[in-house]
Design a protein around this ligand. Structure first.
Ligand code: NDP
Length: 333
């Protein structure tokens, strides 16, 4: 029988912690997301080992959402089971986030940003994870048909009910961000964090969002920093059967995303990474962390080995001017 889990005593010396905007909350430079690899379709023991390894490496933040799985909800159920399997002993050392916004149940109250949906969804998430509160609760996407004040008031309500300690937003554009932040400020519940898609291959936040977050002193946590695995050595020699691009349960990355043009860029970036004595994944993470507006880089991992290796990005040196220029040339080619 396996021994009960005990965390590595040295874990906090292995990670860097960054302040989330101007809040009191410190987040690890690397956070772990449970969008893929933690659903009922996946191997539970592998997921549990990845979570435990993450914590041993100083990763204190685990990111979930109502719909993560598949099936939707099953990542939260599995995470609840991992907590009950001994991890809960560390609850006060862990930041758990969840979100509501995308389709979760049928009918008019199962998605978007109404007060009805946001509050019911948070209650469901807490039940699935067996928690009394989450540390961060997000509006997962803006709702064009619900007044932004209604969605933000629902977030504020969850904090006042003690079901969330902090609130954040995700996938809001710069203008929507400004509006959400203003309402939350007026309610007395600050927006402390924005979760945005940002990687070498996806630069949208540079077009205004990062400036808004800096002006408003809000943290930024970047999702899909490895472009779902493209910015790693995963696809250098073809498409492995167990990879996200090959799995039918992962419709968000497909074989067609791996065009010869993309592959050429990946190979050129990999050459630069190797010259820096790094893996491509480590370089892609370090490239995001060089900007101190980034609070945390939110990675995914399907194995303990991937996770272990990616945390090596923390020890990476900075980038020379020449390296930055070369990387830009490749990305713009
Ligand atoms: P990444 O870009 O980090 O992709 C993770 C995938 O990359 C892994 O599953 C693995 O793919 C591959 N990978 C990671 N490390 C390595 C390595 N060292 N070598 C080879 N392959 C590697 O992030 P995700 O797209 O998974 O997103 C991370 C998190 O962001 C999510 O879990 C979720 O919490 C959040 N998110 C939020 C969204 C939002 O709307 N707010 C939307 C999407 C994500 P493989 O499985 O093939 O091994």
């Amino acid at each position: 029988m396996e021994k009960p889990y005990t965390a590595d005593k040295d874990r906090y010396n292995k990670m860097e912690y960054r302040r989330t905007g101007n809040s009191g909350l410190l987040l690890p430079a690397l956070s772990l997301g449970l969008w893929h690899n933690f659903g009922h379709v996946d191997n539970y023991d592998n997921g549990r080992k990845v979570i435990q390894k993450a914590f041993d490496l100083g990763i204190t933040h685990f990111d979930l959402a109502n719909n993560y799985g598949p099936p939707p909800g099953s990542a939260e159920e599995n995470f609840g089971k991992i907590l009950r399997d001994g991890f809960n002993a560390y609850r006060d050392e862990i930041i758990i986030s969840s979100k509501a916004g995308y389709g979760m149940w049928s009918g008019p109250y199962g998605e978007w940003g109404s007060r009805k949906y946001m509050i019911a969804s948070c209650d469901q998430s807490l039940k699935r994870m067996g928690l009394e509160y989450v540390d961060i609760f997000y509006s997962h996407r803006p709702d064009p048909n619900t007044p932004i004040g209604e969605t933000m008031t629902a977030l504020d309500h969850l904090v006042r009910q003690g079901k969330a300690l902090y609130v954040g937003i995700s996938n809001y554009n710069p203008q929507e961000t400004k509006e959400a932040v203003k309402v939350l400020k007026s309610l007395g519940t600050p927006c402390i964090i924005h979760q945005a898609k940002y990687s070498m291959f996806h630069r949208e936040p540079e077009n205004g969002l990062l400036n808004v977050l800096e002006d408003e002193q809000i943290g930024c946590i970047t999702f899909s920093p490895l472009a779902q695995g493209l910015l790693t050595n995963r696809y250098l020699n073809g498409i492995p059967k167990d990879s996200r691009a090959a799995k039918s349960s992962s419709p968000f990355l497909s074989k067609t995303d791996l065009s010869s043009h993309v592959l050429t860029k990946i190979k050129a970036l990999n050459t630069i990474a190797n010259k820096r004595d790094q893996s491509l994944a480590q370089m892609a993470i370090a490239w995001l962390l060089k900007d101190d507006r980034i609070t945390s880089v939110l990675i995914g991992a399907s194995s303990v080995e991937q996770l272990d290796s990616n945390v090596g990005a923390i020890a990476a040196g900075g980038f020379s001017e020449n390296e930055i220029i070369l990387i830009e040339q490749i990305l713009n080619s």
